[in-house]
Design a protein around this ligand. Structure first.
Ligand SMILES: [Zn+2]
Length: 187
């Protein structure tokens, strides 16, 4: 009987019952997982990848928006804090949201406010790019709930699997009645 340690939960189990992942060509490294732990691990990796892709898109959008070459440490910190759900109040990091805001939601919000951002950049004079970034970031944060609501509504509409026939009949009848009324108003 040979015991190996699970890469994910660090518990030891019989080697034969574990999933083994091999990596490398000349120097092969092996990682062992419990079945359940492996599924979790794969899911986490996928989420991480998705997160990284979304961050990349947000990053590219922001350097273009502010005409800068890169986002500096302070800017990245703001973005990461919002992603993780922590926010600074009087220089102390506090939990503000139950869960962090995804990078894609931030990007959607920036895009939604496109016109307002343009007018802010054109009409206000910021001393530094950091001031500009901070101001617009704050405006974006204040609008996240609006975007969340819009996306929730859109999801609800898209997720309606099949429309109940009875509902359709009622809607049609109502519409007919309304049309009739509308027409009679012109007569
Ligand atoms: Zn495990």
């Amino acid at each position: 009987m040979m015991l190996v340690k699970c890469f994910k939960c660090k518990e030891k189990s019989e080697k034969e019952t574990m999933i083994c992942i091999e990596k490398g060509k000349e120097k092969i490294t092996r990682k062992y997982f419990h079945q359940g732990c492996y599924d979790e691990f794969v899911q986490e990796q996928e989420l991480k990848e998705k997160d990284l892709k979304e961050l990349d898109q947000l990053y590219k959008f922001l350097i273009k928006l502010h005409s800068i070459e890169l986002l500096d440490g302070r800017m990245m910190e703001k973005i990461q804090d919002l992603r993780n759900g922590s926010i600074k109040v009087n220089n102390k990091k506090m939990k503000k949201y139950k869960q962090g805001i995804s990078y894609s939601l931030m990007l959607d919000t920036y895009k939604f406010m496109n016109e307002r951002i343009d007018s802010i950049i054109n009409s206000m004079k910021f001393q530094t790019k950091w001031n500009e970034f901070s101001y617009i970031f704050g405006t974006m944060v204040n609008n996240i709930n609006t975007i969340k609501q819009i996306e929730k509504l859109t999801d609800e509409v898209n997720q309606k699997p099949t429309i109940n026939k009875e509902t359709v009949d009622i809607v049609v009848k109502k519409n007919n009645k309304k049309d009739a009324l509308d027409i009679s108003a012109f007569l």
